[in-house]
Ligand binder design. Sequence first.
Ligand code: VGL
Ligand code: ZN
Length: 199
Amino acid sequence: MTRALIVIDVQNDFCPGGALAVPFGDAVVAPINAMMDSFDAVILTQDWHPAGHSSFASSHPGAAPYAVVQMDYGDQVLWPDHCIQNSPGAAFHPGLRTDADMILRKGFRPAIDSYSAFFENDRTTPTGLDGYLRTRAISELVLVGLATDFCVNYSAVDAARLGYSVTVALNACRGIDLDGSLAAAEVAMREAGVRLTSG
Ligand code: VGL
Ligand code: ZN
């Protein structure tokens, strides 16, 4: 079995002091670094939005951050401006090992968000990661990173649907937890056949 570690969005804006800080987000860095050498491939993802992205509350006059709006592809949470291309907030946490096989950027199309590393939020536009993994004969994935209830959750569920064997190492993830989203994400991942581990 060829196994990959998929490291989701360990970027400054999701760490303490960042624009969309996940509580204790930086606590994932040490365990993730320690895991990297045990995999055949390491893939890092990077949330990578243009200024004025449609997922930003600031792009919707009168809307507050964390409100939910209807886009033509479904519900979308409106976020504070974050991970703007080439900004310090979009950079990886300075302690994260970046000696990875591939770095995948997502969320760069102005009109659509992309939580998942596999599909944009319409759940059909591919990022290309599935093709990369298939051509490298990678069938087992371990996912870690930020945020458990958004990008890790969507990536894990999509990966399971695509037929990968998927584990989320919760000890190396942290969540945002908006209105119970963390508990809901754990249910969604389990229902999709994702293994959840804590150590
Ligand atoms: C994420 C909200 C907006 C994440 C990205 O990485 O979980 N969450 N953009
Ligand atoms: Zn984002």
